[in-house]
Design a protein around this ligand. Structure first.
Ligand SMILES: *Cc1c(COP(=O)(O)O)cnc(C)c1O
Length: 464
């Protein structure tokens, strides 16, 4: 390394030290809402780098210029923090990543980092593929991973078709994720990770997360959680020991529905049986600067800041949406045309106990309204009608205010029938494996007044 390059490395070290101190001494001491509003974007950062802009700017620039060849060399060999080219990184994406890392790391003693991706599915691919590499040159090397089969339809396709059928990587499905022995029975020396989604979309399955994380670690492999439906306002898997968390930022996290985004959050020093020190030490930086750079599933800087802007009010939004959802679930439960309602907040739900162990509104104890920890269960619910699929179609067609769409996590109420939409591609056999009945209706409750949501459901139910 020549002297000029060395100079830039020294300067960067100082800057990184300041930043680390800021996070440790300031942001880590804040409550969740303060982190959601500010992330790691400090006054100093605004003044020194962004002409004092109080809102994180959208950097619409494909690439970064350097002062001289020494700085260019230092940056391109990753010796100093830089963003170089927006496929690799971009300051706006960094602001979103800082906030997400701090939110999912809220209440966790160690350091967390984040790598944003162009979608939730890109996040899942970028969080899982680095573990599915060949460790030998043998053509028939056996590689497997174990996943709960109750997962988002797109994730199911990615695992089942792209990884298993096309690449010969075995995905071993766990049918009952609450059965620790079933998970254990599927793990062997070629298992690279355990994957679970909780609560699940659309079946609202929940399991005892800590037990499965501990099981993964007993076998020296990581646990990867899809925490999209819960969001860090209700659940932070890393605080229970999870190695990696993925989010479809598209969903509840942003709620506005402007576009598609994803994120991978990891703690430092993940557990893995892959001999790759860089990957182990800082998983999200590793994927950002190496595999993801070469694949190119980067997020747009516009999308990063739009997402960031939505996330600032996450906690209060989830609180309100969860309360409305409980009201709607109670209404549906009592309706004579409904046969069953899946909502984890209903006391008679078979998974109510286990869900209540984990799903807590963050910082409720510091909220003057509550002054103590309280459970909240999110805004996704599903139900079945006594009249089966025909009745479900009449209900959906009769809705006036609730949108018929294959979307969820929105500020607007949205309903769908997964078997003919989001989970149609899975086919009947896989749907039955994942316990998604053909006549299941999925409803994601928005921020309208709950009376208006209930009235819309009631008039549509009257048409059956
Ligand atoms: C939507 C969704 C995904 C995929 O996210 P995209 O942003 O649509 O790619 C993954 N997991 C869950 C639980 C989802 O609901």
């Amino acid at each position: 390394m020549n002297e000029g390059v060395q100079k830039y490395v020294e300067k960067a070290k100082k800057m990184l030290g300041q930043r680390e101190r800021y996070i440790k001494e300031e942001t880590k001491k804040w409550k969740f809402d303060t982190i959601a509003v500010h992330g790691a974007y400090s006054v100093q950062e605004a003044i020194e780098n962004n002409q004092g802009a109080i809102i994180e700017p959208i950097f619409l620039s494909s690439a970064q210029a350097y002062r001289d060849t020494d700085e260019m060399e230092a940056a391109q060999s990753y010796l100093i923090p830089s963003w170089a080219y927006t496929r690799i990184h971009n300051p706006s994406i960094g602001y979103l990543e800082d906030t997400l890392a701090l939110l999912d790391g809220y209440g966790f003693d160690g350091e967390t980092n984040c790598c944003a991706a162009s979608s939730g599915l890109a996040a899942i691919a970028s969080a899982t593929d680095p573990f599915l590499v060949k460790l030998t040159r043998k053509a028939d090397e056996a590689i497997n991973f174990v996943s709960s089969c109750q997962i988002y339809g797109g994730t199911f396709q990615q695992f089942n078709i792209r990884k298993m059928q096309e690449r010969g990587i075995e995905c071993r499905w766990v049918v009952d994720p609450n059965n620790v022995d079933e998970w254990a029975s599927k793990i062997d020396k070629n298992t690279r990770f355990l994957f679970g989604e909780l609560p699940t979309n659309p079946g609202l399955v929940f399991f005892d997360l800590k037990k499965i994380i501990d099981l993964a670690h007993e076998h020296g492999i990581p646990f990867i959680a899809d925490s999209t439906i819960a969001t860090p306002a209700l659940l932070r898997p890393i605080t229970f020991g999870a190695d990696i968390v993925i989010h479809s930022v598209t969903k509840t996290m942003t709620a506005s529905g402007f576009s598609i985004a994803g994120a991978v959050i990891a703690r430092k020093n993940i557990i893995t049986n892959i001999e790759n020190d860089e990957m182990k030490a800082d998983f999200t930086n590793y994927i950002k600067f190496l595999p993801n750079r070469d694949i190119g599933w980067c997020l747009s800087p516009i999308q990063a800041i739009l997402s960031l802007n939505d996330i600032r009010t996450l906690r209060s939004k989830i609180d309100f949406l969860s309360q409305s959802s409980l009201k709607v679930a109670r209404f549906l439960e009592k309706h004579p045309k409904i046969s069953s309602v899946n909502y984890l907040g209903l006391e008679n739900h078979p998974l109510y106990e286990v869900a209540s162990k984990y799903l807590w509104l963050v910082d409720a104890e510091y909220d003057d309204q509550y002054k103590k920890p309280i459970n909240r269960y999110g805004h996704l619910l599903s139900f079945q009608l006594k009249g089966g699929i025909q009745a479900a179609r009449v209900l959906l067609d009769g809705l006036k205010r609730i949108w018929r769409a294959t979307d969820l996590g929105r500020i607007k109420s949205i309903a769908t029938i997964p078997s003919i939409s989001t989970h149609q591609q899975m086919g009947e056999e896989s749907r039955s494996l994942a316990s998604i009945p053909a006549d299941l209706v999925r409803l994601c409750v928005g921020a309208e007044h709950p009376d208006d949501i209930i009235n819309d459901l009631e008039q549509a139910l009257d048409k059956i």
